[in-house]
Design a protein. Structure first.
Length: 233
C-alpha cells in the first residue's frame, strides 16, 4: 500500500481528472463529431482569421510540425493542413482519435495528453489549443504551459482559445448528448491565462476577446503567444 503523502494525493487527482475527461469524451465522441466537424464553415470569421495568422507564423518553422492539442474530430487539423502547415493532432480520447483518422486518413492523429507530451524538447513549430485547456484544472495549468514551452522551437507560436468572462468560474457536467459523463470546465479570464503564459516563459503577442455569437453564452478569448528566441524577452 502506498503511503498517503501530498505527492501521492496530487498524482491521484491528476490521474482522476485525465481518466474522467478521457472517458467523458469517449462517451460523447460520435455526437460531438456530428455537431462540431464542419470547421471552418461553422466558425466565426474572427476565429478563422486568427487560426490563419497562427498558421502563417508556424509555417516559418517548417518542416517542424504544429501540434493541434485537443484535436477532437480533426477538422481544425485538416484546415491547418489545407493552409500548407505541417500538422498532427493529439487528443486524450481514443474514440475521438479513431473518428478523426476515419474522417481525415491523410493526417496523423495520436492519443495523448497535452499535460505530458511524448515529444523531444524544441521539436514543434507551433501549438494550437482551441477550447481544450478549459478541461485542465487550475493547479495543473502552469505545468501544462511549461510543457508547451519545453516542446516548442524558439520563436514558434502558440494559439490558445477558451470561453472567458470577467470572473473565474468552474462547471461540472454529469450529462451531455444524453450520455453520463463527469466533465469539468474551468472558465478563466484572459488576464489569468496571460499570467500563466508569462510564468511559463511564453511571450504574449496578441490578445483578442470576441462577444458570444449564436447560441454561445460566454465571450471567447484568444491568446497568441510565442516562445522567445534566445536573447529576446
Amino acid at each position: 500500500m502506498r503511503p498517503v503523502t501530498a505527492e501521492n494525493l496530487t498524482h491521484a487527482r491528476y490521474a482522476d481528472f485525465l481518466e474522467a475527461t478521457r472517458a467523458s469524451y469517449d462517451a460523447i465522441a460520435s455526437a460531438y463529431t456530428d455537431l462540431f466537424s464542419d470547421w471552418p464553415a461553422d466558425s466565426a470569421p474572427v476565429d478563422r482569421a486568427l487560426v490563419t495568422a497562427f498558421a502563417e507564423l508556424a509555417r516559418a518553422h517548417a518542416p517542424a510540425p504544429v501540434a493541434d492539442l485537443g484535436s477532437g474530430p480533426g477538422s481544425v487539423t485538416a484546415h491547418l493542413d489545407a493552409l500548407g502547415t505541417p500538422v498532427f493532432g493529439v487528443d486524450l480520447s481514443p474514440r475521438m482519435v479513431t473518428l478523426a483518422r476515419r474522417a481525415h486518413p491523410q493526417l496523423r492523429f495520436h492519443v495523448g495528453s497535452m499535460t505530458a507530451l511524448d515529444l523531444p524538447d524544441e521539436t514543434l513549430g507551433g501549438i494550437l489549443a482551441l477550447y481544450s485547456i478549459i478541461h485542465v484544472p487550475d493547479d495543473h495549468l502552469p505545468a501544462t504551459l511549461a510543457e508547451f514551452h519545453r516542446v516548442l522551437r524558439p520563436g514558434a507560436p502558440v494559439l490558445l482559445s477558451f470561453q472567458s468572462g470577467d470572473t473565474e468560474d468552474h462547471l461540472h457536467l454529469t450529462e451531455r448528448f444524453g450520455q453520463e459523463i463527469a466533465l469539468d470546465y474551468y472558465w478563466r479570464t484572459p488576464e489569468t491565462v496571460t499570467e500563466h503564459l508569462n510564468e511559463a516563459g511564453l511571450r504574449l503577442h496578441a490578445r483578442i476577446t470576441r462577444e458570444p455569437e449564436g447560441e454561445e453564452k460566454r465571450p471567447r478569448a484568444f491568446l497568441l503567444a510565442e516562445k522567445p528566441r534566445a536573447g529576446r524577452l
